[in-house]
Ligand binder design. Structure first.
Ligand SMILES: [Zn+2]
Length: 285
């Protein structure tokens, strides 16, 4: 089974505020290639058996995607999509939002983005979310690593901050997205220490030199079992990501550099993500 652990849906027109639009423009992100994000999501995620879907709520950087919209989207293909609630700890009623998403909208996990939300992962508000997630067995996927957004401290995205969270919440299942790029080494140092901390390879293959090096680091630290497949739709698609991950050795040409073993690549793609994160199989729901 192939699980895409990392896909977004949104409607840029109502969901993105002016500050976010300015950041996207400044960094040259072309939104026209996304087309109709929701329709393309339904179509392109078929390249996986199951896809995890979330929006993003982050008042500090102007993301305002209603969880209701994401839950409604997931219900259009409930046999292969799972909903994660995006919770913004900077919103006054964030715990009510989490309870509503979990108890009424069918969320089976949570998406947090400390950098986008301008809230440190060790903030007491985050700890409230962690306690709820441990109590109810919900995994959390964190954005880690850099991003185009401005006006918030990049430090909040450093993978090393999740080490202390894992020490305080050893039972909390966590996924550090994008291998924490460009701090992949730091991410590997964290995931190999904690039984319930994983990372995903979303949005990495199109920086082929860095991706190859990250995959070698994973092999050398014997940490590849802690890594899950993901795409980061609509910034890429599930199929393009599968292809890009499988082509990680193309950059080597005849350089004599050591290849990533094919079984390491296929094992990441076919990782038993649902089981590892305690998620239901939507095909059996
Ligand atoms: Zn993402």
């Amino acid at each position: 089974m192939i699980v895409d652990i990392h896909t977004h849906v949104f409607r840029p027109e109502p969901d993105f505020g002016p500050k976010l639009q300015a950041d996207l423009m400044r960094c040259g992100v072309d939104q026209t290639v996304w087309g109709n994000v929701e329709e393309r999501h339904l179509e392109t995620t078929r390249a996986a058996d199951v896809a995890i879907v979330f929006g993003l709520r982050a008042s500090a950087t102007d993301w305002n995607i209603p969880n209701e919209n994401v839950a409604a989207h997931v219900s259009r293909a409930a046999d292969r999509l799972l909903f994660f609630a995006s919770i913004d700890p900077a919103e006054p009623e964030f715990m009510d939002e989490l309870e509503k998403c979990h108890q009424q909208l069918g969320a089976v996990g949570v998406k947090l983005a400390p950098l986008y939300q301008g809230v440190h992962p060790a903030d007491p508000r985050c700890y409230e979310i962690y306690r709820y997630c441990v109590k109810h067995g919900l995994p959390i996927l964190f954005h880690t690593g850099t991003s185009f957004v401005s006006g918030v401290p990049l430090d909040y995205s450093r993978p090393v901050h999740f080490d202390a969270v894992a020490v305080d919440f050893p039972d909390l299942r966590m996924v550090l997205a994008h291998l924490g790029h460009p701090w992949e080494g730091e991410t590997i140092a964290v995931v190999r220490r904690h039984a319930n901390v994983y990372a995903d390879v979303s949005a990495l293959y199109y920086r082929p030199w860095q991706f190859y090096n990250s995959m070698r680091l994973l092999v050398e630290y014997k940490a590849e079992k802690k890594v899950l497949f993901g795409s980061d739709f609509p910034f890429t698609t599930t199929a393009d990501s599968l292809k890009g991950v499988r082509e990680v050795n193309t950059i080597l040409a005849n350089s004599g550099l050591p290849a990533i073993p094919p079984d390491v690549i296929e094992n990441i793609i076919h990782r038993n993500t649902l089981e590892l994160l305690g998620l239901p199989n939507p095909k059996l729901l």
